[in-house]
Design a protein around this ligand. Structure first.
Ligand code: ARG
Length: 603
């Protein structure tokens, strides 16, 4: 109902302005920025919206809030457009004005939605079609080469993908950037170690499994931490790589390619699209970062390292924390790469991405890193006016015992295994249900449904939590048909698809709709909240808002469907109710697709 909200707000501003002039005419007070304090009603009994401004005007106008509210209402009532939109306003408590949208306006909104594929969500440039499409960078997933992707990367992938989908749907040009860790000391160690233990891996593609590579990496890391000679050789190897030594470069490319193939399997599985642009991409821009900060007088040399010291950033010992831009050996840091990346992303094409908003999706453990990077960028004037940089942090994935997620034997869980297990469990559930209901289904059906349910369950369990908190991974909970789960939403969709299988055509034009039951009005109001939900996700980058909305919608729909006859109703109620079923299905499908969830008509 965002459009209705906006119209109401305008009408209110006129009425409030007039009220102020009526009570205390003064030339200065007119034309100032007023906020009518128009919010959603706190309870459905009160109507749709509530206006709170009378209370804050009382002091200035030296009148009771109630008196002011009465005047505002009088002035609203003169406005014919307002009277067409709302029932007579009610004043409640000390001076709140309660507003209820007229039934016929709600019906008109529903009719408009039935014809609108976007379900009331405008495109960003719908009012200025000639404007250029703004670009948003979503930096997400971003695993590290030669290491296995872990559940933290899974969270980043799932959350980042849904944010990207919402922004794409709004019409932004979204760059889905996979900022993979493909540079730095880890390669020096790995190459040095592989030269000894598995030289074939450095010369032939896929000579060893990624699993083995991960083991080799672990071994290399251990040697690096304990063996001084190994350390020096590894460092030399990094330098060789950075200087473009062809052998080192070839080995590096092979290692990257191998990881890439493995990552791709997961992305395909999850149906997530990403463009890889790893840390190495920014190598040519690193020196500029140092030079520019130096020119701006922001660099301090501390024990040979070039650093920026920021106000208010302190380490554990209480000493000011430096952001190291260039190490004493000349090497660059994770933060340097991120500064170069930030500049590149804001720079105008073709030298950059020309983005107006940068979104970084990583675990909350990197919050300090990003706050530091953003602060340096701000001080250096690298963040253009009217653009935004945001870190989207998320909590840890924990097992049901509240500890870090591990396998029974205590190893960290491989992502692929986790997804496979969700699918296996979904399949077992499905087979059990089929048996109970004596239903026959083909193996193709069982495979397809299990995969969709399993993946949807994992994704939804993650997205439906407020991302900032840690979240407990529980297969039982996420696969349950009860509660705020993907299977529950899918089931609501399946129910609606069932209506059309039973002969109710959902192909409704909606020209003559009529409603009379409270469950219908509740569903209508819920359906009309879709657009504001999307606007919230776009602003706050919290996918759980959309999950909660879809869950509430399914609940309100189920109540309607359980209590109000649809197929057995007489006309025009039958078609009107079918229209609500159809719109519920459309809203669920669109909402779920924006979360990156697969959709089923039968399960
Ligand atoms: N590779 C990093 C990690 O695995 C995440 C990178 C996030 N993106 C960024 N621009 N720093 O933790």
């Amino acid at each position: 109902m965002l459009n209705l909200y906006k119209t109401l707000r305008k009408q209110l501003l006129v009425a409030i302005e007039k009220t102020i002039q009526d009570i205390a005419p003064s030339p200065q007070s007119s034309g100032r920025a007023l906020d009518p304090q128009l919010v959603a009603a706190s309870k459905p009994e009160f109507g749709d919206f509530q206006v709170n401004i009378a209370l804050s005007l009382a002091k200035e106008l030296k009148q009771s809030p109630h008196g002011i509210a009465m005047r505002i209402v009088e002035n609203l009532n003169i406005d014919q457009d307002f009277s067409a939109l709302c029932n007579a306003p009610q004043i409640a408590g000390p001076g709140f004005i309660n507003l209820r949208i007229k039934n016929q306006c709600l019906v008109a909104e529903i009719q408009a939605r039935i014809k609108d594929k976007r379900l009331g969500v405008p495109l960003i440039n719908s009012e200025t079609p000639d404007a250029i499409t703004p670009t948003v960078v979503v930096d997400f997933s971003s695993p590290n080469i030669a290491k296995e992707m872990h559940v933290g990367h899974l969270r980043s992938t799932i959350i980042g993908d849904s944010l990207a989908r919402v922004l794409e749907f709004r019409g932004y040009s979204v760059l889905r950037i996979n900022h993979v860790g493909d540079w730095g000391t880890q390669f020096g160690m790995l190459i040095t170690h592989l030269k000894e233990v598995a030289p074939e891996a450095l010369e032939t593609a896929n000579a060893v499994d990624l699993g083995d590579l991960v083991t080799f990496y672990r071994e290399a890391k251990q040697r690096f931490d304990t063996d001084a000679v190994f350390q020096t050789t590894s460092r030399d190897e990094v330098v060789k790589l950075q200087r473009g030594d062809p052998l080192a470069k070839k080995a590096w490319e092979l290692l990257c390619e191998q990881s890439r193939q493995e990552f791709k399997k997961i992305y395909d599985y999850l149906d997530v699209k990403l463009s890889e642009r790893g840390e190495s991409f920014y190598n040519p821009y690193l020196q500029n970062v140092v030079d520019d900060l130096n020119k701006k007088g922001m660099l301090v040399t501390d024990e040979g390292a070039k650093c920026v010291f920021l106000d208010g950033m302190y380490g554990k010992s209480g000493k000011p924390l430096p952001i190291i831009i260039q190490k004493s050996n000349g090497g660059f840091n994770y933060a340097t790469t991120d500064l170069a990346a930030l500049r590149y992303r804001f720079a105008t094409p073709p030298e950059g991405d020309g983005a107006c908003r940068l979104i970084y999706v990583t675990d909350a453990g990197q919050s300090n890193h990003f706050q530091g990077v953003f602060q340096v960028a701000k001080l250096a004037n690298w963040i253009p006016k009217a653009s935004r940089v945001e870190h989207v942090p998320f909590g840890l994935v924990q097992g049901e015992d509240g500890k870090k997620l591990k396998t029974r034997s205590g190893d960290t869980i491989r992502l692929r295994d986790l997804l496979d297990e969700a699918i296996d469990r979904a399949e077992a559930d499905l087979r059990r249900r089929l048996k109970e209901e004596s239903r026959e289904e083909t193996e193709v059906f069982i495979t397809r449904v299990s995969k969709a349910v399993g993946l949807a369950a994992v994704k939804y369990a993650d997205l439906s939590q407020n991302r900032v908190t840690n979240y407990q991974f529980s297969f039982d909970r996420m696969l349950s048909l009860q509660g705020n789960t993907a299977p529950y939403l899918l089931y609501a969709l399946v129910r609606i698809a069932g209506i059309s299988r039973k002969g109710g055509s959902l192909d409704i034009q909606g020209s003559s709709l009529e409603f009379k039951e409270p469950q219908e009005w509740a569903l209508i109001r819920e359906l009309l909240r879709f657009d504001e939900t999307i606007a919230e996700v776009e602003e706050e980058l919290l996918p759980n808002r959309l999950c909660n909305y879809l869950f509430e919608l399914s609940q309100v729909f189920n109540r309607f469907y359980d209590q109000v006859p649809v197929l057995k109703a007489s006309q025009p109620y039958r078609d009107s109710r079918l229209a609500l079923c159809r719109l519920t299905a459309d809203t669920l499908k669109l909402g779920m697709s924006l979360l990156g969830l697969p959709i089923l008509e039968r399960m």
